[in-house]
Write a protein that binds this ligand. Structure first.
Ligand SMILES: [Zn+2]
Length: 214
């Protein structure tokens, strides 16, 4: 770690300032490079990290997630067997079942959280990061970055997975339930999306946008 990354501020600085979460010492932030991390000059607490190749890693996770999204929609999620009859359910069938029963609000929420939002998150990530990788300016980057921030809570579909597990446990009492390939793909898709968000460094994103613009 570089010692000169942070300069102890005497409040004469107009740079962006950051207070140490452990000891409250205020630091003025100088430019730091990818792969470096900023630590408090007094107590050594981690202030922030700049990941190496943040954008490439995030793009790789988003592309992987999109592949799993396609797989999750191609195969059955759960298969029920009762009295010799078997029924397979795809990801989209949860929403369709609610709509058919007349619970259209619930149907829409399930559709948005299980299909639409995860797909949107991955599409926005790819349409933002892929052009940058190819040295092109993405379409309306400010709007896409804002969308990513708004979609962040929807990227965490753990609740949906939890719902499937609860349904699985309850149904297995009176029907033969087997887990389809789709469920594994869905879990991996959620994991890849969370990783895409975690590795995406805002700072690196903005500086890459500036680079491509000029
Ligand atoms: Zn400190």
């Amino acid at each position: 770690m570089r010692e000169d990354i942070f300069i102890e501020s005497d409040f004469a600085y107009t740079d962006t300032r950051l207070a140490c979460p452990e000891c409250d010492l205020v630091h003025a932030i100088a430019d730091i490079n990818e792969g470096e991390q900023g630590r408090c000059t007094r107590c050594g607490a981690l202030l922030f990290v700049r990941h190496r190749n943040s954008l490439d890693r995030s793009l790789a996770f988003a592309l992987t997630g999109f592949l799993f999204f396609i797989l999750a929609n191609m195969f059955p999620l759960l298969t029920f067997e009762l009295d010799g009859r078997s029924q397979s359910n795809r990801l989209i069938d949860g929403a369709i079942a609610f709509l058919n029963e007349g619970y259209w609000e619930l149907g829409i929420v399930v559709f948005v959280s299980s299909v639409l939002a995860p797909m949107m998150v991955l599409i926005v990530l790819i349409s933002l990061l892929l052009p940058l990788r190819l040295n092109r300016l993405p379409f309306n980057p400010q709007f896409q970055i804002r969308m990513l921030m708004h979609l962040r809570p929807w990227a965490m579909s753990e609740i949906f997975i939890l719902g499937i597990i609860v349904a699985f446990v309850k149904l297995s009492d009176f029907a033969e339930v087997s887990v389809g390939l789709s469920l594994f793909a869905f879990v991996l898709m959620v994991a890849a999306t969370v990783m895409a968000y975690l590795t995406l460094d805002d700072e690196a994103l903005w500086s890459r946008l500036d680079e491509v613009k000029s």
